[in-house]
Structures are given as structure tokens and as C-alpha cells.
Write a protein that binds this ligand. Sequence first.
Ligand code: UT7
Length: 337
Amino acid sequence: MKKSVIQSTGMFVPPNIVTNHDLEGFMDTSDEWIRKRTGIEQRHWIDSDKVTGASDLGFEAAKRALDQAGWTPEDIDFIIFATLSPDIMFPGPGCLLQAKLGLDSTPALDIRQQCTGFLYGLATADAYIKTGLANRVLLVGSEVHSSGLDKSTRGRDVTVIFGDGAAAVCIEGVETQADAGLLATSLHADGNYAEALMTELPASKFPQRMIPGLDIDDARYYPVMDGPAIFKKAVKMLPKVINESLEKAGMDLDQIDLIIPHQANLRINQALGQYLKISDDKIFHNIQKYGNTTAASIPLALHEAVEQGRTGKSGDTVLFVGLGAGLTWGSIIYRYL
Ligand code: UT7
């Protein structure tokens, strides 16, 4: 039976680094508050005077992943693009990326699952591969948050946590008897919490999408979050969904070599480690450098974990886990072939 195998990873973040001290320059916040409450030290934001969409960052990450896999764009038979910050209202960045890769008929699918976009994307890639609909899938997670953040004190709880960036993986169906590939997948959503983290405008639900007379500073143009509520949900649901996947795979936690969680808040991931009673070096963290890059966060962490030699060898088993807007949450256990 075919197994979905991650053949390569690639990442790209815009070169412009924004430190916590830089943020102090335009809102009432402090380096001390941000480090203490989130673990974040800096993030990358696109240059504010250049046009850069999610597909542009995704293109850079995709090129690197393709190079590493030894694939040309023509080798891809399905593109999956996960983002909450598409370049334009429509068409989606999957199509824009496809054209940037020089392709003109390869199917492209967008996923709007925010922080779990990579998990939903990986599960979708696996399903396409197992049903024979595709064999070589390019999965990209990419976000340009900075152009849509409220940079006044009003938006400080959200704005200090988000960073721009992209990461891509090349996934291939390989015929093997080995116990490798996706060993268990658990995905969930609860739309009752949609308003706990959302950007409301522009919205098709209103009779006039561009509301006449509405000021550009209207709070509804910017992401709003009930941070403490999401924090509590994460601390409760992440261990639960990890156990669900372990049970499905018939595995114990000590058979997982590395947990690669969504990077939303260092404290959430440290609390997860304490709850699971595992040492901190079994959980991968890089939020300090990039902040929360939403759909890019898990593949970006995977890329760095592979680069640092913490996973990627045959038999290495990782567990991806995350929770975010939707709400959506999930976990996937993956073993390298
Ligand atoms: O990836 C998507 C999913 N999102 C998450 O997982 C995020 C989960 N939530 C969080 O990470 C945390 O809730 C935050 C980092 C967003 C906020 O941390 P918190 O410890 O929950 O703070 P809080 O919202 O309870 O606010 C505590 C205080 C408030 O002041 P008062 O009312 O106590 O005077 C806030 O106004 O901190 C204030 N505050 C800030 N102060 C300085 C909120 N944001 C800031 C800020 N700088 N950036």
C-alpha cells in the first residue's frame, strides 16, 4: 500500500526583522510583557513599501522544497495552499503560486483552516495519495499578517504575536510495507467559537460588502481574539487530541521522538509538556524568532527541526499538533520512511 512520505521541506521568511522594542515605538507594549506572556523575541514582517502576498512567500519556500526534493514544478501533480491571509479576495493563492511556478494546468486547492491549515493539508494530501488522485503533492503554508494588523494599542494583544513567513513540503506516495508515513490523523472543528478569533471585514454577509462611510480604522477590519479563552481551550484540547492520535496508532507517548506543535505561545507549549510529563527537549520551539506564523508555523518548525538534526532520519517519529481560529484543532503522527 502507498504511504505518504515527506521528501523535503523548505522555508522562507521576509528579511525584515521586527523586534519587541520596535513594537514599543508604535503601541503601548513592552519587550518584557511580550517575552513573559508569549516567549516571542522578534518576528519577520514584509517590507511595508513592497507588494508581497502569501503566494510570493509561498513561492520562495516552494522553490527551496522542490530543489531539496530534486523535483521540477512539472513533477507536482497537486498543489495545496494553506493560509488565512490570501493575496487577494479571490482567486486563491494556490492558483497564484501555480502560475508563479510556471505551470498552467496542475490542480491547486486552498485551505482556510488557519493555525491547523498544515494539519488539514497533510491529511488531504494523504487522502489524495491513498485514493490515487495524486502522487506528488506540494503543500504550502504561508501568511502575510503584518499588512492586516491593528498597529495601535487597541490591537496589541493580537499584533505582537503574529509574524509573516512560509514553509513548504513535498509529499510523495511510495509503495512500501514499512510502518511509515501518516500513522494516525485526528482533526476537529468547533464553529461555535468562530468569534473567539476572527477578522470580520470585508464580509460578503452584509448587503454591501464595502460598507459606505466606514472608517478604515474600524476595529472590524482587524483580527480580534479572546486570547485567554483560546489559551484555555488549547491547554485542554491539545493533550486530548494527542492522546486520540496515539490511541488510533496504538502507540505510547514514549514512541514519539519529537512533538512539533503550532507555535502560538511558548507558555501553551510548555504547559503541554508539563501536562504530558515530558522533558522540554521533546517539544520543538521556534516561536522566539518568528512569532505565530499560523499556517506556516508547523511546517516551518518541521523544516528547522530537520535542519537541526532533531528529526528526518528513517524511523524518526514526530507528532504534529495545533489549535487555532475556527476553532480548529488536530494532531498527526508521522514516521519517516
Ligand atoms: O494561533 C492562534 C491561536 N491563538 C492562541 O493560541 C493565543 C492564545 N492566547 C494567548 O497566547 C494569550 O492570551 C495572549 C498572549 C494573547 C495574551 O496573554 P494573557 O496572559 O492571556 O493576557 P491577557 O489578555 O489576560 O491580558 C493581561 C493584561 C491586560 O491588561 P489588564 O487588563 O490586566 O490591565 C491586557 O490589556 O495584559 C494587557 N496586554 C498587554 N500589555 C502589554 C494585552 N496585550 C498586551 C501587550 N502589551 N501586547
